[in-house]
Design a protein. Sequence first.
Length: 259
Amino acid sequence: MSEILKRDKLIKQWIKEAAESIESAKVDSLKVEEKSARNDLVTNMDKKIEEELSRKIRAEFPEDRICGEEGYGDDLKDLKGTVWFVDPIDGTLNFVLQQENFAVMIGVYEEGIGVQGYIYDVVKDNLYSAIKGQGIFCNDQQMKAPKNKSLSEGLIATNSQLMTQDKYSDYRKIADQSMGVRMLGSAGLEVIELLKGNVIAYMASKLSPWDIAAGKVMVEEVGFKVSQFDGSSIDLLNKNKTIFSTGKAFDEIVTVNSK
Ligand code: 2AM
Ligand code: CA
Ligand code: CA
Ligand code: CA
């Protein structure tokens, strides 16, 4: 079996195991801590899931390196070799406040190139996946490629700061050219909305490598674009102001951004 297929099988199994732990968690007994701000939360479940996924990855693939949100990964200075990007719970605030609209995400990169992406909508039991060159899948069924719509033809998703903070007011002009704004609060699930054709772009002012990695593989797989707001390439060693978008909307957004 090729390395990619071996990983594919294990990742799907590990993600389902992670989801079982998450679903068995009782909201009342969650230990919730603040990180950088009062709405930037981490729970004992985020840590447990990342710790378990990291342990499984290291046991099966000892040469590979891990970039994870909650500190169980490696301190990466480059993207040489095989790197696993792990976001144990994407949408922690939703997990705590809504008990839905969160995902487990894994992206695998070889020499900096995205080769596999997995986004699991735990509550809806939908596992979205892509292997580079093979298309995008939901629960192992091939998904139809979304239409390449322009900004004026569809809805735009953003993170909430982009709409609420005045320093980002220029970006409201972009949103104003779309049909309307939608916000889910999970970078991974917003990317899924793009892949389903429900929105034409997702823009977020500060995403970390683990927020971007899995979705980037899937979005590029359908020929859509992923970049920083100014059109420059994503840097998976740092935070990025990130656009995921259809090709048509991308050209319009980057033009507005660079004015
Ligand atoms: P997280 O839940 O894994 O932290 C919310 O708009 C989206 O942005 C989520 O995908 C969230 O991922 C991500 N995000 C990135 N940085 C964040 C921060 N400092 N605070 C809250 N959400 C953040
Ligand atoms: Ca977080
Ligand atoms: Ca995240
Ligand atoms: Ca997270």
